[in-house]
Design a protein around this ligand. Structure first.
Ligand code: EPU
Length: 341
């Protein structure tokens, strides 16, 4: 177990904002995690679990407690048959390294989630998704430390309450479970078209034979599409999509379509539709604009880049200007996607 004190959380998050944490504890095993958790509890210190820091916004006050960083590693094959392979990965593994390895084995199911920053353990928390796949599609179960019972438990897919960018881990059970391992079942069949629009277009422009496309080709395409639209957090501080794509009543979608025929609208169920937050923000002419040192990204307006914000207050002021603009024009309230500490 490795313990550091008085650490700037701006250095541990990709948005590069936020004050200091009293303690940062890196744990490499379940046993260390349980010990670290109980130590901090005995000291009466608040505890927060941090993954890659790519989906977290930290306040200027920082955190007067212990940040536990899960560094539990390892990728194990549990079952391997003609059609599928079931794999368990440690929560500390970098998500994209895991994807790369699975693609290297020609396994399908997570290849369009290539390039998403963060760790394997953080993936279920917001049910990550991109270009037509989301974690819940291949998810089998996870192992977690249950802070209520001081024991390790297995949670199956149906226990996790997955929905669009949502799970019990950021909802009704927030703070209760600390994920240590994630198990997925991946497919050995080649990817089957039709693919997500942007992906399909990218592949056809490059004359890739869509019927026989490999998982590696899909991964390469997604990485290229992402690099054009989404800023690399190691170059330009950001937390991916800063807003969720709002889910609104079908009727509102239809009214908007009548006024703005070009609006992209995706069906959710019979009564609701999803509208890209990036389109709404762009339609308010905010793309490329800078508010309080925070820039609405040129490639996709749903991403906010921290150019020179002095702290959380600047980010909050920028967020307010953007959400107010969207509300004034569309009567839709954008919700923040990253978690906050
Ligand atoms: N659009 C615009 N202007 C913009 C952004 C988008 O007009 O500034 C339009 C696009 O032209 C397209 C539609 O909106 O017609 C959808 O855009 P895109 O495919 O780029 O995806 P998105 O809805 O902006 C979502 C996820 C991304 C994920 C992509 C691809 C959310 C909040 N975001 O973005 O996830 O990579 O789809 O599947 O659901 C993330 O969660 O951090 C993230 C990056």
């Amino acid at each position: 177990m490795n313990i550091q004190t008085n650490i700037a959380l701006s250095t541990l998050t990709t948005m590069k904002i936020g004050g200091n944490a009293d303690r940062v504890v890196n744990v490499t095993s379940e046993e260390e995690l349980q010990r670290a958790y109980n130590n901090s509890k005995e000291l009466g210190q608040p505890i927060y679990i941090l993954g890659g820091g790519s989906n977290l916004i930290v306040h200027d006050e920082g955190f007067a407690g212990a940040i536990i960083r899960i560094k539990i590693m390892g990728i194990d094959i549990l079952d391997d048959n003609q059609e599928t392979a079931t794999i368990t990965a440690g929560a500390g593994e970098t998500w994209d390294v895991f994807v790369q390895q699975m693609v290297g084995r020609n396994l399908s199911g997570i290849e369009t989630m290539s390039g998403i920053p963060g760790t394997v353990g953080a993936a279920p928390v917001q049910n990550i998704g991109a270009y037509g796949q989301e974690l819940a599609d291949t998810f089998v179960s996870l192992r977690a430390y249950d802070t209520q019972s001081d024991d390790f438990v297995i949670l199956k897919k149906e226990d996790c309450g997955f929905a669009y960018r949502h799970s019990i881990f950021r909802g009704e059970q927030v703070g209760r479970y600390i994920i240590t391992h994630v198990t997925l079942t991946l497919n050995k069949k080649p990817p089957v078209p039709p693919f997500y629009d942007a992906l399909q277009q990218h592949l056809s422009q490059r004359q890739v034979n869509i019927a026989g496309v490999t998982v590696q080709k899909i991964r390469d395409a997604v990485i290229e599409i992402r690099s054009n639209k989404l800023p690399d957090p190691s170059q330009l501080p950001n937390a991916g999509s800063f807003f969720k794509n709002p889910i609104v009543p079908l009727q509102l979608g239809e009214t908007l379509k009548a006024t703005y025929p070009e609006i992209p609208i995706y069906p959710v169920d019979g009564i609701r539709v999803k509208i890209p937050a990036g389109w709404l923000i762009q339609s308010c002419d905010l793309k490329g604009r800078v508010f309080h040192g925070v820039k609405v990204h040129d490639g996709n307006a749903v991403v906010l880049v921290n150019e020179s914000a002095q702290g959380y207050a600047d980010l909050a002021a920028a967020r307010k200007e953007i959400t107010d603009c969207v509300y004034r024009k569309f009567k839709i309230t954008l919700e923040q996607e990253p978690l906050e500490l």
